[in-house]
Design a protein around this ligand. Sequence first.
Ligand SMILES: [Zn+2]
Ligand SMILES: [Zn+2]
Length: 465
Amino acid sequence: MSSPAAPAAPTPPADAPPGATPHTCPQCAAPLDADPRFAVWCPRCEWNLVPEHDAATDPTTPAAPATPRERAVAARTEQLYQDLAAGRTASAGRRDWLAAAAVASLVHLVTTALFGWALWLLVTGSTPLRCLGAAALAVVVLLRPRIGRVPRGESVLTRSQAPALYGLADRVAAELGARPVGVIRVDRSFNAGLAVVGLRRHSVLTLGLPLWEALDEQQRIALLGHELAHQVNGDHRRGLWLNAAIGALAHWYDLARPRRHAHWAGFRLLFHVAGLISNAVLHSLAWLLMRTLFLLDRLTARAGHQAEYHADTLAAQAASTEAARGMLKALLLDGAAGTLVSRVRAGHQSRPRTTRRGAADAQPASPASQASKAPQASPADTLWDRLRDHLAGVPPLERERLLRRSARDRAAVDSTHPPTHLRLALLAQRPPLPAAVTTSPAESAAIATELAPHRLRIARSLLAP
Ligand SMILES: [Zn+2]
Ligand SMILES: [Zn+2]
């Protein structure tokens, strides 16, 4: 999660013009509408859009100037948005896909060739060569493409455990012409995602419970719509060939990436030199692998982002444009959600241990509620209600600040999705769509019941020290 927007000191900076007050912008003297709970900023000139403490701690908004690569990626991102907003589709897409597929083939060829060589040594070689073959086979196992596996464990909801949730997901999938989801799991992230795993390409939908709880019914359908649309939005990055190659490259990079080989230092000169040489070889290999990953990213980013925009359109088709935009705006509130969880956790931990025992987590009670003898709900029981209240209380001015800040989000240029402000803008460009899928109150209640054990489990894990 990005760093929360803590209240800024309501004093103007030292270079503020004379006469500036905390309620006047020190840069353009516009009157400021200060809310003590949030950063004070100026919507007219964007003074303090990214407060200093945010910029210092938030890696998404670094103080350092953008690198040439970041500027180039940002320009390409903006160009794609302009093209799509003007109704032009990506023209260079097919050539880039072919190049990406060729790079992926090369990656798979390396693994296959090594496998073939290992087998050949094992079958035809002398005893020492067979040993070499066995070693090569072990390396192949280490380097094999990772295609993922269907998750198990407490985070997974089966179809029999959650018929209403799967039923809703199936209706959304049918609306989009997508396959029914294979497995739904929930985790503690303020996010959601769809992975396609295994040789049989099972879809695994992960719903971050904090995000799910922050959305209204229709926005949840939009979230399901966007994620399930990943099966039909033409995103080849998720195809087996390319996805396995990217996964393998990332894994190879992880194996080769520079580490400190401190254990060489105290050894004799020979070992020291061997260590230096192996480090240099690994360094070069890691560099080459990183460049290849950059190249694949470059080749697939434009079409990948176009597919993401298309997934947003399909989300709007299922849930309505208004709900899809509401869902995207909620994504900007991850910092506010993190702040609330930290605050509840801090309040919980500052309670005496004896008070916390029993219900696992006792409510940080006010004197008034301590006086009453009514049974208290634990923080884990009330976390989600408090989260919803907190996010509903984020004022429009702070939401506007978060939206404009997302436009400066440096990390977004490397991300798999286009920047949120551009996704919102593109949806706003198109004619508004009505909802095709809705939920009845009974269906919503059934889904809430199915998620109840996970709500408590994840709330406890978020509030754990
Ligand atoms: Zn101003
Ligand atoms: Zn997506």
